[in-house]
Design a protein around this ligand. Structure first.
Ligand SMILES: [Zn+2]
Ligand SMILES: [Zn+2]
Length: 266
C-alpha cells in the first residue's frame, strides 16, 4: 500500500471560515512533519476575478491572500525535509464563471477548484429543482465544467454537494456508473486530478452523515475512468490535519498505487 505523503488542501487563518487561531503556516508545517508528510500545500479560499463581484464571504479573500501567505512563509525557516506549495481553493459560481484568472493561476503552484459549494445559495448556481435527480444532474454539469475549464490542477471534494446532504445519497443513486465514468473521463482527459478529501470520512460533528460506500464508488469509478488523485484534509484546524492519515482507509480499500497519484508542484 502506498503512503500518503502530501496534503494540499490546508486552510490557514487567512480563510474567513477558519476560526482556529493556531492554524498558522508555521504550526501547519510542524504538524505536517509530525504526520510524516513530505509536501504541504496551502489552499486558502480565493475569489480574484475582477469582472465578477463576489458575495461578502469572498470580499476580503482576493489576491492579497497569496501575498500575505508568501510574506508569512518568507519569515519562517522551512526545514529541508518538507516541501511547501502555495496554492488556493478557487470557486466557480457557474459554468463559465470562475473565481480565478488563467494569469493568476499561473503564479501559483496549484489550483484546487470547488465545483460544489452549493451552500452559497446566492452566488453558486443552484440545481434547477431540489430533487435527487435535479441535484445529480447539477453536480455532473458543474463537475464537467470545472474539469474542462483549464484552470484547475485538481477538483476539491468532488461530487460532495454542500448544502444538499439530506438528498446526497439519493442523488448519487440517481447516477448510473456510466454517467459518473463519463464525467470523470473529462477530468482524466484534461489531466485534472480529483481530490481524495478528508470530507469523505464519517464525521460525528456533521449533522448529516452518509455511507462510506459513496466516496468509495466515486474514487473507484474515477480510477476506472483514468483519473489521478490528490489528497487533501481540508483542515481548518491543526486537529483536523490528522484526517489525512484516516484517508489511508480509502487508499487501502481501493488498492491505489503510485500511478494513481497526481504529482503536483514538481
Ligand atoms: Zn471547499
Ligand atoms: Zn477547503
Amino acid at each position: 500500500m502506498i503512503r500518503i505523503e502530501h496534503d494540499i488542501h490546508l486552510h490557514t487563518t487567512l480563510s474567513e471560515c477558519c476560526s482556529s487561531a493556531t492554524q498558522t503556516p508555521g504550526n501547519i508545517i510542524s504538524e505536517g512533519r509530525r504526520l510524516g508528510l513530505k509536501v504541504i500545500g496551502f489552499a486558502d479560499h480565493i475569489w480574484c476575478n475582477p469582472e465578477v463581484k463576489p458575495i461578502s464571504f469572498y470580499q476580503s479573500q482576493d489576491e492579497r491572500q497569496i501575498s500575505t501567505l508568501r510574506r508569512q512563509l518568507a519569515a519562517l525557516e522551512i526545514p529541508d525535509d518538507i516541501k511547501v506549495l502555495v496554492g488556493c481553493e478557487a470557486e466557480m459560481s457557474a459554468p463559465g464563471c470562475y473565481g480565478i484568472t488563467p494569469e493568476f493561476a499561473e503564479t501559483l503552484d496549484f489550483v484546487l477548484l470547488s465545483t460544489d459549494h452549493f451552500h452559497f445559495r446566492d452566488f453558486v448556481e443552484q440545481p434547477a429543482e431540489r430533487t435527487p435527480r435535479g441535484l445529480a444532474r447539477h453536480m455532473i454539469k458543474m463537475f464537467v465544467a470545472g474539469a474542462s475549464c483549464g484552470l484547475a490542477s485538481s477538483l476539491s471534494h468532488p461530487m460532495y454537494p454542500y448544502g444538499f446532504f439530506e438528498i446526497y445519497e439519493a442523488a448519487m443513486n440517481e447516477l448510473c456508473d456510466q454517467e459518473l465514468t463519463d464525467a470523470f473521463g473529462v477530468a482524466a482527459e484534461h489531466g485534472v486530478g480529483l481530490e481524495i478529501s478528508g470530507n469523505y470520512l464519517p464525521n460525528p460533528q456533521r449533522a448529516m452523515n452518509f455511507p462510506v460506500e459513496i466516496p468509495l464508488r466515486i474514487i473507484e469509478l474515477a480510477k476506472r475512468a483514468g483519473c489521478r488523485f490528490t489528497f487533501g484534509s481540508d483542515a481548518h484546524s491543526l486537529e483536523q490535519m490528522t484526517r489525512i492519515k484516516d484517508l489511508d482507509f480509502l487508499v487501502s480499500t481501493l488498492d491505489l498505487t503510485a500511478d494513481d497519484i497526481l504529482v503536483i508542484g514538481q
